[in-house]
Design a protein around this ligand. Structure first.
Ligand code: GRF
Length: 223
């Protein structure tokens, strides 16, 4: 069954594009039926339009609106669309517990650091500032615990001597573009199951032969 996806994004939307590309190439059995942004005019909207996503929604926060009130509106929009999966691709809002429980187990996020280290809005910068030897990205289920939900996939690269945060972020972004579509395809195949609060990936065919990942390490290695 083709997975129906709603993407939530606030910025340039390169992760959304990587997902749309892999869907078009037939590597991900999904369709993006809705893109929502909280930032009117964000780059992701034009890219979604160019990719013929059927529904685009600008949903900025209204003046004086609380986080709870905003999420009530967001939940209503998403429930009307009834996606199988909600993908946060650079959505820069913290979601309320009400939102997380309305779509429990059906929201994933891509984070530009190796969780559970370096949570928050500056994953790459914080990785570098900490002097970590490994940088990378993580896909995970979204819970009310910010960047703390069950980890699905991670990919890592070694930090290079003298590298700037921008340079490292660019290398991590390359990994993100590979990790997010893989994660969605694993979910589309029904291979990601929750066991004792952790995401477990069932065995099955992998992309590794077809589309080698450009990373020093991919975890779990088989996917
Ligand atoms: C990515 O680095 C993602 O990991 C983070 O926000 C950024 C979004 O980039 N959550 P883009 O809009 O997908 O290009």
């Amino acid at each position: 069954m083709t997975l129906r996806i709603a993407v939530l994004a606030s910025g340039r939307g390169s992760n959304m594009v990587s997902l749309l590309d892999k869907i078009r190439e037939g590597l991900v059995d999904a369709e993006v039926t809705l893109v929502v942004t909280d930032k009117p005019g964000a780059g992701c909207l034009a890219k979604a339009r160019a990719a013929d996503v059927p529904a685009l929604l600008e949903l900025p926060r209204a003046p004086g609106e609380s986080r709870d009130e905003y999420d009530v509106r967001l939940i209503a929009c998403l429930q009307a669309e009834a996606p199988d999966l909600i993908v946060l691709a650079g959505f820069m809002r913290i979601l309320t517990p009400a939102f997380c429980s309305a779509f429990e187990g059906r929201i994933i996020n891509i984070h530009p650091a190796l969780l559970p280290s370096f949570k928050g809005a500056h994953g790459v910068r914080d990785t570098l500032a900490a002097g970590a030897r490994l940088a990378g990205c993580t896909t995970h289920f979204v819970t009310a615990d910010l960047d703390g939900g069950p980890i699905i996939l991670q990919a890592a690269v070694a930090v290079m001597e003298g590298e700037t945060a921008e340079e490292l972020a660019a290398r991590v972004l390359v990994l993100e573009h590979q990790l997010l579509p893989r994660t969605v395809q694993l979910i589309a195949e029904g291979r990601v199951v929750m066991l004792h609060g952790k995401a477990v990936i069932a065995d099955g065919p992998s992309w590794m032969g077809e589309v080698p990942i450009v990373a020093d390490a991919l975890y779990p290695a088989a996917f």
